[in-house]
Each structure stands twice: as C-alpha cells, then as structure tokens.
Design a protein around this ligand. Structure first.
Ligand SMILES: [Fe+2]
Ligand SMILES: [Fe+2]
Length: 320
C-alpha cells in the first residue's frame, strides 16, 4: 500500500489552481502563490502610478482650454484619472503593500509607469489625440482586465473602463471639431495624431515573442489576450474612426491582410520605446520632479489629517 504525502502548501496551491481553472475570483484573504502576489503588486501599482502621472500632460492645458465647456470637461477627465489612481492604489494595498511604500517608489524613481506620459503636449489638439488614442488604447487593454482573476483589481477596472470610454469620446470629439475647422486647425489635429499614434501602439507592450512575463500572466488569468492580439484589435477599431475624422493614419503600410485576417502594420520603433522606458523621454525628469513637488507641498495636509485622527482617538478614549 502506498500513500501520497502532500504538504499543506501543495494543497493550498491545488485549491488556488482549481479556483483559477473554474474562473473564480481570488480574494485578498485567500492563499495565493508569492509570485502571483508580487506580479499583481507590480502590475497594479504601475497602473496606479500611470493614472497619477498621466494627469500631468493634460492638466497642463486646463488653464488654456479654448472655452469654459472644454475646461470643465478636461477638468472632469483629469479628476477621473486621480480617482483611477486611488482605486488602484487601494486594490494594491489589499495585497499587503502600504500606500506610502508605493508613493516612495514612485517619487524616488524606482517604480515604472506608462512611458506614454513622458511625451509633451504642445498644442490643444494633443488633448484630442490623448483622449482618442491613449485612452482608447487603455480601454482595449483594460476591458479584458475587468475579468482578471484577482477580485479587487477586476472590480476596480469595471468602473475605470466606464470612465475611460467617456475620455475617449471627448478626445475624438475635440479632434472632430478641429478636423472640420480651418485648414490650420485640421493640420494641428493631424500633427497631434502623428505624434501620438505610434506611442499609443507601443502601450500594448513588446511583440509577443519578446514579452517574457505574458505567458505566466495569461495562465493566472490576469491577462486574457496577448500584446499583439490587443494591438490588432485597437488598430481595427481606429481605421473607421480615422475615416470619420477625415484624418490620415500615420502608418502608410497599414493594410488588411485577407490571408492572415490580420492588420499588417508598419515597423514600430521599439528602440524609442525602450529609450523612453529607461528615462530618456522628453519629460521623464519633469514628470517625476512635478510629482515629488506635489508630494512635498501636500505634507501639511497629511500632518493635519494625522493630528486630527490622533485627537479624535484621544477623545474617544477619554469618553470610554
Ligand atoms: Fe484612467
Ligand atoms: Fe482616461
């Protein structure tokens, strides 16, 4: 007679695997492999940092928006991004990392955020291009994340995606108005689209054969589609929208391939992508400096809140 000896860890791992297999959610109190926890902390905190740093290129235009209506819309959009950052920091906290630690990692330059936010926004049309292309790419990436296996992440994404779809429409509408305006306005819209098109395709990450962590993330059902699949979907969505706008796609090699039933695209400049990732983009230093300054400027608020909390608990103790 033989008996199989299983360690408690093997049993926990088997339970975890069964939950993933059955498309059930992993919740904060459930056991999870350390690598799963670490991957999620990295991904969710990077995502949160991107939302927070991503406020900067657009906030740059709030005071210069061309009308009161545009100003109100842009303010609401930037404020939504702050909210996205907060939901995501909260989701990451459920995995055992402190908010302060994540903030420190960001302002000390040890954490990553999406490279796209290191590009400058020289014209009003950039607000249109960011909304249409950057928020558009974010939607393609994030809709499948609503089904991510980690409960707090998936649930945060549901609300975030609803708001992102408003962001994309407001960007499209800015471009539509410019594209139907004077020849100079139309050119300004085209130039902004030319600046943001390729970086928005890079947002999906490197090609599948150069994306080492993707397979594990897909096995854990955090990620549902590969980088290239999502990029294909995004380009397919843009093609008719370019037509509606009357703007030209900067990728002159873009063609529908009947045989592969895929979009053949021009070469993406991955050297540029990795260069910006390494900190050599136009605005990397400026973005971090600005975030650091905002953190320092907010020190008195944190101190006041801590002092208020201390007095409240002292009062409660006195009553008890
Ligand atoms: Fe967002
Ligand atoms: Fe957004």
């Amino acid at each position: 007679m033989s008996t199989t000896v299983t360690s408690p860890d093997d049993e926990l791992q088997a339970d975890f695997d069964a939950l993933i297999e059955a498309e059930q959610r992993i919740e904060p109190r459930d056991w999870m492999p350390e690598a799963y926890r670490k991957t999620l902390i990295r991904q969710i905190s990077q995502h949160a940092h991107s939302e927070i740093i991503g406020m900067q290129p657009e906030a740059n235009w709030i005071t210069r928006a061309p009308s009161l209506k545009r100003k109100a819309i842009l303010m609401a959009k930037v404020q939504d991004e702050a909210g996205h950052g907060l939901y995501l920091y909260s989701a990451a906290q459920t995995l055992g990392i402190a908010r302060d630690t994540m903030t420190e990692q960001l302002i000390e330059g040890r954490a990553r955020y999406s490279s796209i936010f290191n590009y400058p926004t020289p014209t009003w049309a950039d607000m249109g291009a960011i909304g249409w292309l950057v928020d558009g790419a974010a939607i393609c990436n994030q809709v499948p994340l609503c089904r991510a296996s980690y409960g707090p992440y998936g649930r945060a994404m549901v609300r975030i995606c609803k708001e992102e779809s408003f962001h994309q429409r407001q960007g499209f509408e800015i471009l539509l108005e410019l594209a139907n305006g004077t020849p100079e306005q139309k050119q300004m819209a085209q130039d902004a689209v030319n600046r943001w098109y390729w970086p928005s395709l890079q947002m999906f990450g490197p090609p599948d054969d150069e994306s080492p962590n993707s397979a594990q993330s897909m096995a854990w059902k955090i990620k549902r589609f590969s980088n290239d699949e999502l990029r294909q979907r995004f380009v397919g969505m843009l093609v008719p929208q370019f037509e509606a706008l009357g703007l030209e796609c900067p990728d002159k090699d873009l063609r529908w391939n009947e045989e592969t039933e895929q979009w053949d695209m021009g070469e993406i400049d991955w050297d540029e992508f990795f260069d910006v990732l390494k900190g050599h983009g136009h605005c990397n230093a400026q973005r971090l400096q600005h975030r650091r300054q905002a953190h320092e400027d907010g020190a008195w608020v944190r101190e006041a809140a801590a002092e208020y909390a201390r007095k409240q608990s002292a009062q409660l103790k006195a009553v008890a």
